[in-house]
Design a protein around this ligand. Sequence first.
Ligand code: ATP
Ligand code: MG
Length: 382
Amino acid sequence: MEMLWLVRYSEIFLKSDPVRRHWERILIANIKTVLPTSHVNNERGRIWLRGEVDPEKLLRVFGIASFSPCEMVPLTDLVPAVLDFCSRNNLTASRSFAVWVKRVGKHKFHSTDLARQLGSVISETYPQLQVNLDTPERELFVEVRNDNCYLFTEVIRGPGGIPLGVEGTLVSLLSGGIDSPVAAWMMMKRGCRIIPIFIRLERYLDETTAARVSAVMERLRQYQPDIVLKTIEDSYLSGAKQVLAGEGAEKFTCLICKRRMYRLAEEVAHSCGAKGIVTGESLGQVASQTLDNLQVLSKATTLPFYRPLIGLDKEEIIRIAREIGTFLPSTKPATGCTAVPEKPATTADSERIRRLEGLIQARGSSRRIPGDHNSGERNVLP
Ligand code: ATP
Ligand code: MG
């Protein structure tokens, strides 16, 4: 009797043959990355793992719909093997059970016949166990594949989605708060490799926020093992705040700051071939996330924006954050941004914002001397 793991994938089987093969290869490579010592092979819509398997790791590989630890037995030994399996897996301690059979290959019997036959042998051998197909206490699954059978009792739900990497790369603006890690995770789940970017606003964001981002990164790394955070130290906001104060336009601070962040993200995206920018905005959640403001923000760059949280309530976002493990690190105490004005604007017109940005740029250029950071110079830290 051989122990192995049966892995099922979700949407891959809907694809054309070449796409399916390509996605399967990527999924298998992703499994091998997290389980380097296990042996992986695939066969018509299923992946089999042998050797050392940590199920916790499988829970974080996108594209896996579900998986089951199982035992393989030859079809010729099925009946005694099933009886032995029931006793070793404690099915005999329950009162009711159901047998479900799936079959692939040429056989002289139907799946339902085999299920019925196994059900009656089991209840004859263990009379306390009664067949109950509606509300069984325990379930026994039998997959017959040609001359072999796979027995299991558990179907563990995987993370779903499609394999990481099949859709290419996106940059993701990561503040470390509750929303942006969830947004990054949702795009990973749809096959996008993520390059997270944290913009460290000189003077206005301190160590506590940077530490929170690092803690969040540890969780995201469980889903994308090669993820690397790009931290950009940026001094633009210091100069911008002076111009905005001079113009009586402090209420636009957050909008101007976000547009700057988006442009920085766009530069990184261009340098690494990323196809868009992910942010954690959700419609109406805070002042900068009104339809008007999102429109002004989106005009800051030419790359597409992906805002996977746009239609979710805060409660729904928190539920996902808890499930994926980012909630606790995201709620570590942090000072947050100290540049936020008392009453941030909920609406703005692009022309006004562009004019203010022109003034900020002009001020930066006129003051540009070596070592002067007010011009918006920045350091990209690895
Ligand atoms: P979050 O919960 O992700 O912190 P938020 O609800 O506080 O977001 P905002 O502060 O308006 O909302 O930020 C909107 C989005 O802008 C964030 O979700 C994130 O994608 C991006 N962002 C904000 N601050 C930063 C930062 N310092 N570095 C990188 N991205 C940022
Ligand atoms: Mg938010």
